[in-house]
Ligand binder design. Structure first.
Ligand code: BG6
Length: 473
């Protein structure tokens, strides 16, 4: 058996997709609370407003805020070694600018982490997952503006100090590389891809986030010397459509758009191709004294990444332009099956991707998101409740776990694996609850009862963890 004995098996959530209670105990809205339901509303959000009478899924989500004890007990039953979730910045600093943190917000996460630790579940905490206090986006234009740095630093210092005895695994910005596609998710601003200043705006914001991450890494190590802090990359596996050298080169360049972020954050320096990239994108980066030294001194300890699917790159202009899922562009692969949302799953691509990442950085990896979004149907469990026969999800996870094992055998240092949305939650791209990833069914955001039901994959994953990946049947 290849999985190390301290392998961190678990599940992953994000505050805005699961907690609900968006105005409770002093919290104010975050940017995520302005995203409505449906692709159009989320992808084209340019105003960051909440219109009365409209439905916003994050406002209620899975009501984890009130159900976390019950949910953590379920996670413990499955044998989780860790739980990845995020802290909602706007629970701690409701506008982002307060001098003192909101005690009620801090207490919620204290209680959540205590509940996890009671069962031996290690919290793995994303500092921000696709949100920031709405006020910071409205007043400053999010990460476009360097003024966000002291607010972020203050927030990080507060949470590191408060949770130093409870949280030993941290992650910087969720899927930082998606900034180039959807800055409204993790950048707190919007910009048209065709705008003249697109490149300048995106990469300047990225620079601010790199400096912020380096500062967070420094603070984390000073305040919690035995903690590890990683980056979080949206894993984007891509293949050339043909072996035509032009297609192969286009694929290399496309993958580099993603690797640019991990190259900077894992190595602590801008890679040599930055000059040509910035020339092409018309970027003249404003760097302040000390920025580059800070980034070089405090790179990330490990690389956290999500992986759902792969795509295909082509230079054939007629075929270009399809969004093929998880914020990645390309065309379909005739050799792969796809989910109900058209995401093509590719476990071998997962193995290859991990090997590629490890070859590139030689630092520990942590797969902090993987899973299948599918429509589930509740059926009678003949014990007075309901369940879901989600064999399709079990198949997806089994294949990916097998390939993960092969990557470890190849020499990849993998810290753990957390199944995305282990508790059903609101989908990031569609704002819908019908796209479910979990082993625990939640009767819906909005008008639901929020009742939880165990799916077939619950007991399957329990057995996988119990046998440390030895029994995948
Ligand atoms: C990742 C995000 O992109 O993929 C999550 O980090 C997201 O927040 C997940 O939920 C799955 O995407 P979706 O659109 O199916 O929710």
């Amino acid at each position: 058996m290849s999985f190390p004995k301290d392998f961190l098996w678990g599940g992953a959530l994000a505050a805005n997709q699961v907690e609900g209670a968006y105005l409770e105990d002093g919290k104010l809205p975050s940017t995520a609370d302005t995203l409505g339901a449906g692709f159009e509303n989320r992808f084209k959000n340019t105003t960051f407003t909440i219109n009365e009478g409209e439905y916003y899924p994050s406002h209620t989500a899975s009501d984890f805020y009130h159900h976390y004890k019950e949910d953590v007990a379920y996670f413990a039953k499955m044998g989780f070694k860790c739980l990845r979730t995020s802290i909602a910045w706007s629970r701690i600093y409701p506008t982002g600018e307060e001098e003192k943190p909101n005690e009620a917000g801090l207490r919620f996460y204290d209680d959540l982490f205590d509940e996890c630790l009671k069962y031996g579940i290690q919290p793995v905490i994303t500092i921000t997952h696709y949100e920031m206090p709405l006020h910071l986006a409205k007043k400053y234009g999010g990460w476009k503006n360097r003024s966000l740095l002291p607010f972020y630093e203050n927030y990080c210092r507060t949470i590191f100090t408060r949770y130093k005895d409870k949280v030993k695994y941290w992650l910087n910005f969720n899927e930082i590389n998606t900034l180039t596609l959807l800055p409204q998710f993790n950048g707190g601003f919007t910009i048209n891809r065709d705008a003249d200043d697109y490149g300048q705006t995106i990469y300047q914001a990225a620079h601010h986030m790199f400096v912020a991450s380096a500062r967070a890494n420094q603070l984390c190590h000073e305040i919690i010397p035995d903690a590890k802090i990683g980056m979080m990359l949206a894993g984007m596996q891509s293949y050339a459509e043909t072996c035509k050298p032009e297609d192969v080169y286009a694929t290399l360049i496309k993958k580099r758009e993603t690797f640019f972020f991990s190259d900077v954050m894992m190595r602590g320096t801008y890679p040599s191709y930055t000059a040509s990239l910035f020339k092409k994108m018309n970027v003249k980066l404003k760097i302040q004294e000390g920025d580059l030294e800070l980034m070089a001194k405090y790179p990330c300890d490990y690389l956290g990444f999500s992986y759902y699917m792969s795509n295909v790159t082509t230079t054939d202009k007629e075929k270009l332009g399809d969004l093929v899922g998880n914020m990645s562009w390309g065309i379909k692969n005739p050799f792969l099956k796809e989910s109900e949302w058209g995401w093509q799953y590719d476990p071998i691509g997962f193995k290859n991707y991990m090997i590629e990442l490890y070859d590139r950085y030689q630092k520990p990896l942590f797969c902090v998101e993987n899973g299948l979004g599918a429509k589930d149907t509740l059926i009678d469990d003949h014990q007075g409740g309901y369940t879901v026969n989600d064999d399709y999800r079990i198949d997806y996870l089994r294949e990916h776990i097998k390939c993960m094992e092969e990557a470890i055998e190849d020499g990849v240092d993998l810290m753990g694996y957390t199944v995305w949305g282990c508790l059903d939650l609101v989908s990031a791209s569609g704002g819908e609850m019908s796209k479910r990833y979990g082993m625990i069914y939640v009767d819906d955001a909005g008008n639901g009862s929020f009742k939880r039901y165990i799916k077939k994959s619950f007991n399957w994953y329990k057995k996988v963890i119990e046998t440390n990946g030895g029994d995948l049947k």
